[in-house]
Design a protein around this ligand. Structure first.
Ligand SMILES: [Zn+2]
Length: 231
């Protein structure tokens, strides 16, 4: 859209609003239609669909368990990345007036963070490891390592695509921690690929996202990658 045409600008905004409204209306209509069916009954429908008998003893409590498991696997929707990254630490010794200021400006890498997520296309799990590297922003403040692992969970415990998961983690560290650079690499095995469809049992999907310094500076990126591969 042309920057010198305010009308086109407004029209574009209106079109976006109309699309959002149409989507909202479609969603609410569907919600209303499905309202009489409880989530547990929806699972019972699925059990019938695969030729099972939802009333037999072994399946009696299954619908409730499926619903609870799914809620547990998607609890990340209710957790806020900004809160997890809110507590930061200074790296220089600000308490000691005699000390020479020595702020950490290097790479911080947390490797092999295990996670499990749920593929939004098949509702099947994908599991793997996330590696998160960042360079502190100008204030030199860093975050506790456990918080990085928690951040991975916040985004992993949703219906996901690995690509988006990778991007969301990188974006949150850039945004909420004010990191100068962020690199996120994720390697995962997808049940939807291993168990169904093309059935390739040993495939591993690798995704990487960079923000800030790692995007602009090839040397910094290479250093982070070698840390990742090395010790
Ligand atoms: Zn899938």
């Amino acid at each position: 859209m042309a920057a010198d045409d305010p009308k086109a600008d407004i029209r574009h905004t209106m079109q976006q609003g109309e699309r959002r409204l149409a989507r909202w209306e479609a969603r609410e209509a569907l919600r209303e239609r499905l309202e009489p069916l409880s989530p547990e009954d929806a699972v019972r429908r699925l059990l019938f669909a695969v030729g099972e008998d939802p009333t037999r003893e072994g399946l009696h409590a299954t619908p409730g368990r499926v619903v609870r498991a799914l809620l547990e696997l998607t609890q990340g929707y209710h957790l806020k990345p900004a809160e997890v990254l809110a507590t930061t630490f200074a790296t220089d010794d600000i308490e000691d007036p005699e000390a020479t200021p020595a702020q950490y400006n290097g790479i911080i890498l947390l490797k092999d963070i295990p996670f499990n997520s749920t593929c939004e296309h098949h509702l099947l799990p994908f599991l793997g490891e996330a590696h998160v590297a960042y360079i502190p922003g100008e204030n030199g403040r860093v975050v506790g390592l456990s918080k990085l692992a928690r951040l991975v969970d916040i985004f992993a415990l949703r219906l996901q695509m690995q690509e988006r998961l990778t991007a969301q983690i990188a974006q949150a560290i850039k945004e909420h921690l004010g990191a100068a650079g962020v690199l996120v690499v994720i390697s995962a095995a997808h049940a939807c690929m291993r168990l169904r469809g093309v059935r390739k049992p040993n495939t591993q999907m690798v995704t990487s996202e960079v923000r800030g310094l790692f995007q602009d500076n090839a040397a910094a990126r290479a250093e982070a990658m070698s840390l990742l591969k090395g010790a």
